[in-house]
Design a protein around this ligand. Sequence first.
Ligand SMILES: Cc1cc2nc3c(=O)[nH]c(=O)nc-3n(C[C@H](O)[C@H](O)[C@H](O)COP(=O)(O)OP(=O)(O)OC[C@H]3O[C@@H](n4cnc5c(N)ncnc54)[C@H](O)[C@@H]3O)c2cc1C
Length: 280
Amino acid sequence: MLLLTANASLDTSPHIPFDLLYKDLIWRIEKYGRICYQTDARRELVVKALLDDPEFTGPMAADFAEELGPDAEAAIPALRERAEYRAITNFIRERLMKSGHHSVIEHGSISAVVVCDRGVTHEIVRHRLAAYSQESTRYCRYGKDGRSLQFIIPPWCRIEEGEYSIDGLAYPLFSTPGDARWFEAMRVAEYFYLKLLEEGWRPEQARDVLPNSTKTQIAMTYNLREWRHFLRMRASRRAHPQMQPLAIDLLRQLKANFPIFFEDFTIEDDRTVLFSGTIL
Ligand SMILES: Cc1cc2nc3c(=O)[nH]c(=O)nc-3n(C[C@H](O)[C@H](O)[C@H](O)COP(=O)(O)OP(=O)(O)OC[C@H]3O[C@@H](n4cnc5c(N)ncnc54)[C@H](O)[C@@H]3O)c2cc1C
């Protein structure tokens, strides 16, 4: 059997890296938000004002002198791009995020791929405003071609990741009796799952003896508003101890790649996320 730890990562296609996806999201969300207020011309006015403001351009000119050298002309598009970014994100922050006009951010969606156990995915799929694709225990025949069954080590067990043999010849070192009991339960589940397949049960029948710790993989796509709701619920201390670290990890990645939509979440430490915004 192969024992693994859980992990979660945001996902995008190689053709649309995160920086372009973020650019696309903020441009569209600002544009659709401005439809509500009929202020589509306003962005250009803000950009012009920023470009005329030495407090904005001064520090940036210094940056560009470093990045682009003394070629002032080459710096102009980059300076303009930063002014546009400032104008767009100010609008999103002030008019949408802070005011609670969050229906507009439903126009943007982000996907993640999570490797975890089936107990955790059971919690994930309770969130309904979503698209999911999950590894099937009906159609995947675990143990096929001599490949091991895979289980996720609960974070409170101190067992090393790795391949351990079903006949019990390769055992991990256990720190607590609980760790040994969990391992034994996985070993027995694997043994009977494979035995049932050998005796003619189909994977969709034999899966009945697989435990919650069975490894699974799920792709999840939420719109930005649903991500915020999910993180409020699942990155909190009230969340299950296997769910919370995955949610915090996803929050960390969302804050790094899509900052304007998650500014009001603060990750204090591995167990504490503070939220200062609104969820309407
Ligand atoms: C700490 C914790 C403990 C939990 N314990 C249990 C438990 O013991 N038993 C259990 O069964 N579940 C439990 N759950 C799961 C919980 O009941 C929900 O199934 C889960 O949080 C997903 O639903 P949601 O309302 O949060 O929102 P989502 O499905 O993510 O939807 C987001 C929001 O959209 C709106 N929405 C979505 N669907 C509808 C609808 N049909 N009608 C109106 N508004 C809608 C709501 O405003 C909702 O908050 C727990 C969840 C947490 C975080």
